[in-house]
Design a protein. Structure first.
Length: 236
């Protein structure tokens, strides 16, 4: 109620711009989600620009029309929530908004539509519009929920980028999805989030698997950037 009263007092003078500095930080999860919906409804009704400052990435993506991701006082990237999430321009944005698999790769060729990358001996493709690396190397990025997982030799519905040689090292059942860690042949562990639709079995630790993803879901970032930027608490 205090948050609602404070918002009403701020809006009664009809400001051109309303600054909200962590307005939902003191609320529990359920109330915070209710207030996110209420704030969006109020903003639409009063047609006032709201500048909402938050460290909660999910809250920002849920509420915003435009997001500015800041790092050390500078804007790393600004755009719509879906654009920043699906096509991050830096490793900081890729890690700060959600989670990303970033895999070392060497660029083999570029065209107006597609960039081809050698990723530990495996050739993968990335749309040119999602490439943000100018040099000969880059980080191939893919969101965990965009990765398909299957038994060795299983036909996966993601033509173009198939990554064999994985072994399940961790399984976390979180209700709506199962989250896997898969150790690849080059030693890196990749994250895979699979929805629990009931149509597929849940893999177990030690299972041998292969991964796949559609090229249009991948992105390529500058290799000179820190692959862990944005993932550490001190960066936030």
């Amino acid at each position: 109620m205090q948050q609602r009263v404070a918002l009403a007092r701020a809006l009664v003078n009809r400001p051109d711009v309303l600054l909200l500095d962590e307005p939902l930080g003191a609320l529990d999860l359920k109330l915070r989600r209710q207030m996110q919906i209420e704030l969006k409804r109020i903003q639409t009704e009063v047609s006032t620009t709201f500048i909402h400052v938050t460290h909660d990435q999910e809250e920002a993506m849920t509420m915003a029309d435009t997001i500015a991701v800041m790092n050390a006082g500078l804007i790393e990237q600004m755009g719509s929530p879906d654009d920043l999430y699906e096509n991050p321009g830096t490793t900081f944005v890729a890690n700060f908004l959600g989670q990303s698999n970033l895999i070392d790769g060497t660029i083999k060729s570029r065209s107006s539509d597609l960039t081809t990358v050698d990723m530990h001996g495996i050739t993968v493709s990335v749309p040119a519009a999602r490439c943000h690396a100018d040099g000969d190397r880059g980080w191939v990025g893919i969101r965990p929920e965009k990765v398909l997982i299957g038994d060795e030799g299983e036909a996966l519905d993601a033509p173009g980028n198939t990554i064999p040689g994985g072994v399940i090292t961790d399984v976390s059942f979180v209700g709506v999805s199962t989250q896997y860690l898969v150790k690849m042949s080059w030693g890196q562990e990749l994250q895979v989030f699979e929805q629990n639709t009931g149509r597929r079995r849940i893999f177990r630790v030690g299972d041998k698997v292969e991964l796949s993803w559609r090229p249009e879901y991948a992105f390529l970032l500058d290799h000179e950037q820190d692959a862990a930027a944005g993932a550490r608490l001190d960066d936030e």
